[in-house]
Unconditional design. Structure first.
Length: 255
């Protein structure tokens, strides 16, 4: 079955056609953003300087970024929305192994049975690293090093902490990247499902539900309308994880 993908930017417009997918998406100029979404503006500005060779496109909610053929990008940037990486397991489960927030850099999976998809409508840009000026390479290396540090911190979260400490650590990370702070509180749209959160934290869905219910009962969280969640007092949430200081330090680099 033929599929078409059109990518566009200020100076270049291309269309790719392939059987069973190369790039899948639709042409955009500007993508939608989650309420309060923010990311490292330096990285986004860096990609903006390469508009002539940088392709941007839109993924629909729950659409997979498919790059099984050419052209394969060297480096991708999540501009808006929220993306997750899954790896297909032998038992056919596909747990979430990574979450990409606006401003995060990533590469396409190099192994079979792994994919990246949008949780909500998301804008992604990609660029060939060979086109990046040598003066900007250090900025990219620093950005990737920062993300590696956060990945190592996440590994500590999932391997060392209790369920309530894991969920609290995740909510601190998520709210810091996608929330809207107001004095001591912060509000955000929790668009990841209970099972996706459980996958990311190596828990089961029932455990996540029990922990969230306990947090609500203790006044740490308050469900507003739809997927919107309020943390009335961030200090209470931070008190639930022994890695609060480390998370604050790591996340301060991308705020």
């Amino acid at each position: 079955m033929q599929s078409l993908f059109h990518v566009s930017h200020k100076h270049v417009s291309k269309t790719y056609s392939a059987r069973d997918g190369e790039w899948h998406g639709t042409m955009i100029e500007e993508g939608p953003k989650l309420s309060g979404a923010k990311g490292p503006s330096k990285r986004i500005d860096l990609f903006g300087r390469y508009d002539a060779v940088c392709n941007s496109f839109q993924l629909r909610a729950r659409q997979t970024l498919n790059c099984s053929g050419k052209p394969r990008p060297s480096l991708c940037l999540a501009r808006t929305g929220l993306l997750i990486r899954r790896t297909q397991m032998p038992d056919r489960r596909a747990p979430v192994s990574s979450v990409f927030y606006p401003g995060d850099l990533f590469t396409m999976p190099q192994i079979d049975h792994a994919n990246i998809s949008a949780v909500v409508p998301s804008q992604v840009s990609w660029i060939d690293h060979k086109t990046v000026d040598s003066a900007d390479i250090n900025d990219l290396i620093a950005a990737l090093a920062s993300q590696c540090e956060r990945q190592l911190l996440h590994a500590n979260v999932v391997s060392l902490l209790s369920p309530i400490e894991k969920v609290a650590s995740f909510l601190i990370e998520y709210a810091s990247r996608l929330g809207t702070p107001a004095k001591d509180s912060i509000v955000f749209d929790l668009v990841l499902s209970r099972l996706e959160i459980a996958d990311y934290l190596i828990l089961n869905g029932d455990t996540v539900s029990r922990v969230m219910a306990r947090m609500k009962a203790d006044g740490v969280l308050r469900r507003l309308t739809g997927k919107r969640v309020l943390v009335p007092d961030r200090a209470k949430l931070y008190a639930l994880t022994p890695l609060a200081q480390e998370l604050s330090q790591a996340l301060s680099e991308v705020s």
